[in-house]
Design a protein around this ligand. Structure first.
Ligand code: FAD
Length: 407
């Protein structure tokens, strides 16, 4: 699958990692992770930290799938609002999911600190505004629900949002101070480089796994060149390309668009450089970079055909620019580059983490949804706990058993 068009900003800024090690023989290992994006990198980090032997296999250059295209906002706020998620999966489970995302933002920071990986992590407020005055009621409902479950949040009137952030929101807004942003490509490549050096992690690039079969005591994978990888456990961290390993379709693939501006003089940027997003579906979202550029994303379309997706890029770029100018009219904004990506949503807004019900040796670490990166952190922890026999209360909320219920 073509996960994104052209070169997303992060690859241009950081350059490709010239690490080329295709698997050229059969291999035996305790755990084989398929996928070297942010999910595979965090998974390898948790396993290396726990002293569990593992290796990574990827068909592309390291982290050049969706992680390179990601706009990488880290938020505890999930695409499905808490009050609505509570109606789908129950209030207790929804509360667990939201608190897990909140914790994950701090945990990602800790991982980067303990490995010394500079991935541009920056803690920032997040402004979630009503896309029309009619959505103020939804915001109030969401505000009450988040307060009830002790999530950090305050409710601002439209006028207060303008005073505090200089943003022309159409309605009121929710604010929290606990969000963050990173460069997911730099995080994944940095973490893998660290563990290759410090823990002898083996990474095989340009090696396509064609098959992964469970046996009585492990799994056998077959590569495109016909080599066999024998492992105790397999972890599928293949992002939006996981369909080939799944017995059933569990996600809807969509297309999404992002662009980045020329650097802007700091005095033009809005106070605090908060993350900005809205109640509309699909939603517009905005962040800055450490080089004072502005990233805008959104305009999702409910199809994944790469040709059709890419043909809309110019038009989508104009729409995103127009929406930005309405919200922040005083910023001299000029697009530097734009790209499209494939994205995935699930019915309850949550990822799929754990074993498929009848597969004990294959774990799926699939961070689907707008919070893919925070979900990747949670997935790495849950799967590492499962492998160690440690109980993790999050596993049932994000697990595959719910497929029987909702799919
Ligand atoms: C435009 C855009 C904006 C986004 N914005 C945000 C955001 O603001 N916040 C957020 O949290 N998330 C966001 N996301 C989602 C987030 O980027 C993804 O959830 C995350 O990057 C997925 O990481 P991954 O490692 O699971 O997948 P990937 O980065 O795609 O890595 C999977 C890897 O598996 C490899 N692979 C696949 N199949 C095989 C195979 N058969 N054999 C060998 N290797 C294989 C691929 O080559 C790939 O490198 C965004 C995504 C896009 C596209």
């Amino acid at each position: 699958m073509d996960l994104h068009s052209g070169l997303p900003y992060w690859i241009v800024r950081n350059s490709l990692l010239d690490y080329y090690h295709p698997l050229e023989n059969d291999l035996t290992t305790d755990i084989a992770i398929i996928g070297s994006g942010i999910t595979g990198a965090l998974m390898a980090h948790e396993l290396c930290r726990a002293g569990i032997e593992c290796c990574i296999i990827d068909k592309r250059s390291i982290a050049t799938g969706s992680s390179a295209a990601s706009t990488a906002l880290l938020q505890y706020e999930i695409d499905v609002p808490l009050y609505r998620m509570a109606g789908i999966i129950g209030e207790k489970n929804a509360e667990t999911a939201y608190h897990a995302c909140l914790q994950s933002i701090t945990d990602i920071k800790k991982v980067l600190e303990e490995t010394g990986v500079d991935a541009g992590y920056e803690q920032l407020p997040s402004l979630f505004y009503a896309s029309s005055p009619a959505d103020n009621k939804l915001l109030e409902q969401e505000y009450e629900m988040r307060r009830k479950h002790k999530l950090p949040v305050s409710l601002l009137k439209k006028k207060e949002a303008k005073e505090r952030f200089n943003v022309e929101t159409p309605g009121n807004a929710l604010v929290n101070e606990t969000s963050a942003q990173i460069d997911a490509y730099r995080a994944a490549t940095g973490l893998l480089t660290y563990h290759i050096k410090e823990n002898g992690l083996k990474v095989f690039t340009h090696t396509d796994i064609k098959e992964c079969t469970e046996t009585s005591d492990g799994c056998i994978m077959t590569t495109d060149k016909g080599y066999k990888i024998k492992c105790g456990y397999a972890i599928i961290a293949t992002g939006f390309e996981a369909g080939q390993f799944l017995p059933k379709v569990i996600m809807d693939l969509t297309s999404t668009y992002a662009l980045i501006s020329h650097p802007v003089a700091p005095e033009y940027l809005w106070p605090t450089h908060c993350l900005i997003w809205e109640t509309a579906d699909p939603y517009l979202y905005i962040r800055t970079t450490d080089g004072n550029r502005i990233i805008i994303g959104g305009e999702d379309e409910k199809f994944s055909d790469p040709q059709r997706r890419d043909s809309l890029l110019r038009n989508k770029t104009h729409i995103l620019e127009k929406k930005f100018r309405k919200l922040l009219p005083n910023i001299p904004f000029k697009t530097e580059m734009a790209w499209c990506g494939t994205f995935s949503t699930t019915k309850d807004g949550l990822p799929f983490i754990g074993n498929w019900p009848d597969k004990k040796r294959i774990f799926f670490d699939l961070g689907y949804g707008g919070n893919g990166i925070t979900f990747s952190m949670i997935g790495a922890q849950i799967i590492c706990h499962m492998l160690q026999g440690i109980k993790d209360e999050r596993s049932s909320v994000f697990g595959y058993k719910r497929i029987e219920k909702y799919w």
